[in-house]
Design a protein around this ligand. Structure first.
Ligand SMILES: [Zn+2]
Ligand SMILES: [Zn+2]
Length: 190
């Protein structure tokens, strides 16, 4: 079997089984473990699989439909959802910036990156570079108080003209939301 064929075979197995041992792959393909390592290297390099002790595991796509918010358990709306990438490379998903900010206050020191989507143009942005509009008179149909992310301050200012509210950096918005949640003693379970 050609290396490319073996690689395709390994990929189809890993998609079905999610984890595979190197020794198993070597037996199934009837090739040496050295060859298996060589076959899987490109798959690891391009991020399709992750190396584990003695084997490989499927690297799940970051955004999958049907996943839940780690804070409130709501389903994820791709438009509003936020991801926190932690320093150990694990990713936590949130329904909206509100939940991400509540969580962030707890895992601040383990946070490597926060990814959200610009509310107007729907592009992926780093939350720490974004501005957040709080208390706007618009219902996003998610958690309240809500925080709406914008990549551009100009966009955010324009939006604010129409819908009111106040603009914050991520850190300040997170702090503000945390404060409001405490004052209102709402349903959030801690
Ligand atoms: Zn949530
Ligand atoms: Zn939410």
């Amino acid at each position: 079997m050609l290396p490319i064929k073996r690689r395709q075979q390994i990929l189809s197995w890993i998609k079905e089984e999610e984890t595979l041992r190197i020794s198993d792959i070597s037996k199934r393909l009837n090739v040496s473990e050295m060859t298996v390592y060589r076959d899987i290297k490109p798959l690891i390099d391009n991020g399709q699989v992750i190396k584990t002790a003695g084997g490989i595991a499927l690297n799940r796509p970051k955004q999958q439909p049907g996943q839940m918010c780690s804070v409130c358990g709501k389903g994820l709306n791709p438009r509003l959802s936020v991801q926190i990438v932690k320093t150990d490379s694990l990713i936590e998903q949130f329904c909206c910036a509100h939940c991400a900010m509540l969580r962030y206050e707890k895992i601040k020191n383990d946070t490597a990156q926060i990814i959200c989507r610009d509310f107007l143009v729907d592009t992926t942005i780093s939350a720490k570079m974004a501005v957040f509009l709080l208390d706007a008179e618009i219902h996003l149909n998610c958690c309240r108080p809500q925080a709406i992310p914008f990549a551009s301050v100009t966009d955010a200012e324009k939006f604010k003209k129409g819908f009111g509210g106040r603009l914050f950096s991520f850190e300040d918005a997170a702090h503000e939301i945390q404060k409001t949640m405490k004052e209102n003693c709402c349903s959030l379970k801690t």
